[in-house]
Design a protein around this ligand. Structure first.
Ligand SMILES: [Zn+2]
Length: 487
């Protein structure tokens, strides 16, 4: 029998804000060496008598995400208490949204194996992150509340996915969108985005859903896809053997690469949700929604398609170029100028995704900080295409102006990298090289014409790399054929 998997994802994404969800404590990136329990205050430590106040910026970022995901923003939001006990949760409950979440009924368009698909977004709601537990070697457990109260957006998909490929495509696209919008830093290693997957299987063609399990602690794309793949296979095996799937919460064992039962599934009523009495309902005016809607930019997938169609660049490069808005803007500015100079935009893409990205990685600079403006990059490509400099020299110039910020032309002159394309200037060098190497000339005359490569190398050496290789080749051919007719 054939089985179909039905998968829904819950994604917890930290919202990139200066301060926490309900207090003014700073949100610091988890670099691993922050002093524990230093970014805390009576509110996020849940001391008696404190009053939470909602972070406006976090709400706005959540709206931006919701609108980008084609959701409807609820004009009235209610924060609720989700009660459960865990040592990393100082209040004994989490402030979350239940009945009236921030955003509902949207979708995210993804590409799965080249095909477009819409994955439904059931809801996106605001909540606060928990602290972190550290299990020490001596068996003791330490708690750090620096993360307690950091704004989270929980995005719940519809159970619209049926394969690991779809899960991967959705999770990656969501990550891409949130990073692109500046809502999330995207740094998966720092736990800023975590996944939970609801998985069930049913015989192909059956309408009714199978019993589902929920896999927790999926903290990387790898864990997500492996966890889902494992769980699908496990459920099919159980069903085939005549067993029944229990509705329960599973953990993911990273080292053993398997899911394991954690506890029987909680139901919503176990959390005893009720409206948070300390926070009045949040009323979101239409004008505010419209204002945020106007900030929703063209999203990466749409932008990627447009860049390919407009500039005729390779999909691979387009993918890299839409990784942030700033990079995409840089490329578009440069590509427009390239067209005016009759340079193929693909050439510009090559320079950006190749040499420029390499230099940015090495220096840790963002594209907005670069002294190499799109204008300068185009000037450099022009020098290269006009044959003024060789490819090697152009790369050298780029890393030079990356440091100095000078005009490419100035750097080329200062470094003496102007390529010798002038036939008269090169002819004497070529004649000299041919005259000084009778053995290789002999080889050429015997039919080993590939020795011309060696001659080009000699010309390069004599000109310290400045000879135009094409001109050198033509001159050498001419000179060697001359030798043949004289022989
Ligand atoms: Zn605080």
């Amino acid at each position: 029998m054939e089985y179909e998997a039905v998968i829904g994802l819950e994604v917890h994404a930290q919202i990139h804000t200066h301060s926490k969800m309900f207090c003014s404590c700073p949100v610091k990136p988890d670099t691993g060496n922050l002093e524990p329990n230093t970014y805390v205050c009576p509110i996020c430590l849940a001391l008696p008598g404190t009053l939470p106040v909602t972070n406006r910026h976090a709400v706005e970022m959540g709206m931006l995400a919701g609108l980008a995901l084609n959701c409807t923003i609820n004009p009235v939001n209610v924060f609720s208490r989700k009660s459960y006990f865990y040592p990393d949760l100082p209040k004994g409950y989490q402030i979350s949204q239940y009945d009236l979440p921030l955003a509902v009924n949207g979708y995210l368009e993804v590409e799965v194996e080249g095909e477009r698909r819409k994955i439904g977004v059931h809801r996106a709601h605001l909540e606060e992150d928990t602290g972190k537990l550290y299990h020490m070697e001596d068996g003791s457990v330490m708690v750090d509340f620096n993360r307690a109260g950091v704004p989270l957006l929980e995005i719940v998909s519809e159970p619209d996915m049926h394969s690991v490929a779809e899960v991967q495509a959705y999770a990656t696209a969501l990550h891409e969108v949130l990073v692109y919008l500046g809502i999330n830093s995207g740094d998966m290693e720092k736990g800023v985005m975590r996944f939970e997957a609801n998985v069930s299987v049913r015989p192909q063609g059956q309408e009714e859903l199978g019993t589902r399990t929920e896999i927790k602690n999926l903290n990387s794309f790898r864990a997500l896809t492996r966890g889902v793949a494992y769980e699908i296979e496990r459920q099919i095996e159980v069903v085939e053997a005549g067993g029944a799937i229990l509705q329960q919460t599973m953990g993911w064992d990273e080292s053993e690469e398997r899911t394991y039962p954690q506890r029987s599934k909680e139901f919503a009523h176990d959390y005893r949700y009720f409206p948070e009495p300390d926070i009045p309902p949040l009323e979101i005016e239409t004008a505010w929604i419209e204002q945020v809607q106007a900030q929703v930019p063209e999203l990466p997938l749409a932008k990627k398609r447009r860049l390919i169609a407009t500039y005729d660049i390779r999909p691979y490069d387009a993918n890299l170029l839409v990784s942030t808005q700033a990079i995409a803007n840089y490329f578009e500015t440069a590509a427009e100028q390239a067209r005016e100079a009759s340079i193929a935009p693909q050439e510009v893409a090559n320079w950006i995704t190749g040499e420029l990205f390499r230099l940015m990685n090495e220096s840790g600079q963002e594209i907005t900080e670069l002294s190499v403006t799109p204008e300068k990059l185009i000037d450099l490509i022009k020098l290269r295409e006009a044959g003024t400099v060789s490819v090697t020299a152009a790369k050298q110039v780029l890393s030079e102006i990356f440091e100095t910020g000078e005009e490419p032309k100035e750097a080329v002159e200062r470094l003496g990298l102007v390529q010798i394309s002038d036939t008269d200037a090169l002819a004497s060098v070529v004649q000299k090289v041919v005259a000084e190497n009778p053995t290789q000339v002999g080889q050429y005359l015997e039919g080993k014409t590939q020795v011309i490569g060696w001659f080009i190398g000699q010309v390069m050496k004599a000109t310290r790399g400045k000879a135009n290789p094409q001109t050198a080749r033509e001159l050498l051919q001419h000179e060697l054929e001359q030798a043949r007719s004289e022989a």
